[in-house]
Write a protein that binds this ligand. Structure first.
Ligand code: ZN
Ligand code: ZN
Ligand code: ZN
Length: 447
């Protein structure tokens, strides 16, 4: 009996909202006639008969009275699929198990779905507001009708609490922005909401957008979605900036033109690499660690050539050194270091100064070659495999803003103390750099 009463209340609500809702009408008839009550044909009369039959008008009025404030909550539960905590959710699930011809239970869930429709008064109010603004047309009427039920907050990502951007739904049924769930998976391979393991989902990395959700948002909240996209684009532009707040990988000293293979496993660097790829810059700064400062005052840009993602989230990244830079200001972003930087270029000289420089260059190159030749063939092969063979001299030693490539090759091969490496990296005078290389070669030739 309790279930029938509940059903009657629901059908009453349905019919009240939508007079031509035939299933509700026929179900009411069925229930009441089974109880020996004659049911009229006109909807207003039916509603009255139901009220009288229940002999307790309170449940109906109180239900429809509380309808407004409780509805969004119930709806949210349904949308977010929260382990069937919501009454509506549990019952909808129950309803789906019942065959269509077996009576009231099936229709109960149907009615509940219908009960999310806005009440008539609310609808009119919406239309009035719309008319004040942009005038009345079919689509704005439609939107107003749905807006009464769904609000922007129903389309919020539980991780960033903003409108979904590229929503992705996990196998456990929870939805997040693509970037948000990826960041969460950097730290933990479980759903941040229900803690279900997501290893398989992560392994495939098939983060397809939830198309229906995107369509609904496009239809219902076009301006908010456009705004959200603008915010995203602004963030991307910020992340693409290669002088202000550039990402800094704190690990080693990299040199212009020299390969720098990296093994990425820390969550913050996974995020950094992903952003470099997503923005398309494929570039980040590399600095060595320096006590007290976090990282050194000078570094070298690295460009990602290949990035191999491993199933467990780690990755192998092949990079090559580019421009050198000086750190102007240190910062942080989402757990990794950033810096405002200025790029360094060798100062060009000419006349007799250039002549002297050429002489110095030639003699240090000869010195380097002698050292290289004196190495055992086994060590030389090892070096060649890792760093390539020793580069030739260049016709114009000032052609590159980083000076001759062989200097950087030699400095990589010699594996010096990071602080010393950084010092040599910071020099913008080829003459000074050659001076250091000469000293190092003399040291290595003695030992
Ligand atoms: Zn998000
Ligand atoms: Zn989940
Ligand atoms: Zn499909």
């Amino acid at each position: 009996m309790g279930q029938q009463t509940e059903a009657l209340i629901q059908f009453h609500r349905c019919l009240n909202l939508q007079a031509d809702f035939v299933p509700a009408k026929s179900q009411i008839k069925k229930i009441l006639e089974a109880g020996g009550v004659a049911v009229p044909d006109e909807v207003p009369c039916i509603l009255q008969v139901v009220s009288e039959y229940l002999k307790e008008p309170c449940p109906i009025t109180s239900l429809s009275g509380s309808q407004g404030p409780t509805r969004p909550e119930v709806l949210k539960r349904t949308l977010h699929g929260d382990e069937g905590e919501g009454k509506g959710n549990r019952e909808a699930h129950q309803g789906s198990k019942v065959k269509h011809d077996s009576g009231t239970e099936c229709c109960l869930s149907l009615c509940q779905a219908v009960s999310f429709l806005p009440a008539a008064e609310e609808d009119e109010e919406m239309m009035m507001r719309k008319e004040d603004g942009h005038g009345k047309d079919e689509s704005s009427h439609c939107r107003a009708k749905t807006l009464g039920v769904l609000t922007v907050s129903d389309f919020e990502c539980p991780l960033c609490i903003r409108l979904f951007f590229e929503p992705v739904t996990t196998p456990c049924g929870h939805t997040f922005c693509k970037n948000c769930i990826e960041r969460s998976l950097d730290h933990n391979l479980r759903c941040p909401l229900c803690k279900q393991p997501l290893q398989e989902f992560f392994k495939n990395r098939k983060y397809n957008p939830t198309a229906l959700l995107q369509d609904i948002m496009t239809q219902l909240f076009p301006s908010q979605l456009a705004e959200r996209k603008q915010v995203h684009d602004a963030e991307m532009a910020e992340l693409s900036n290669l002088t202000k707040d550039i990402p800094i990988f704190v690990c080693t000293v990299a040199y212009p033109g020299m390969p720098c293979p990296l093994h990425i496993f820390e969550p913050r660097y996974r995020l950094m690499m992903r952003r470099c790829m997503e923005t398309g810059t494929k570039k980040f700064g590399m600095c060595s660690y320096e006590h007290g400062k976090g990282f050194a005052d000078y570094g070298c840009m690295l460009e990602i050539h290949t990035l191999e993602l491993l199933p467990d989230g780690r990755s192998y990244v092949d990079t090559v050194g580019g421009s050198r830079f000086r750190v102007l200001k240190r910062g942080q972003r989402d757990g990794y270091h950033t810096a405002d930087i200025e790029y360094l270029e060798d100062l060009e000289v000419d006349g007799s100064e250039l002549e002297d420089l050429q002489h110095l260059h030639d003699s240090v190159y000869q010195q380097a070659q002698d050292w290289y030749e004196r190495l055992g063939s086994r060590i030389r092969e090892q070096i060649n495999r890792q760093y390539g063979t020793m580069p030739d001299t260049e016709e114009n030693i000032q052609a590159s803003s980083n000076g001759p490539a062989w200097c950087w090759w030699l400095l990589s091969v010699l594996q010096l103390d990071p602080a010393y490496q950084t010092t040599v990296l910071s020099l913008t005078s080829l003459k000074d750099r050659l001076g250091h290389v000469r000293l190092v070669l003399e040291y290595f030739s003695q030992s």
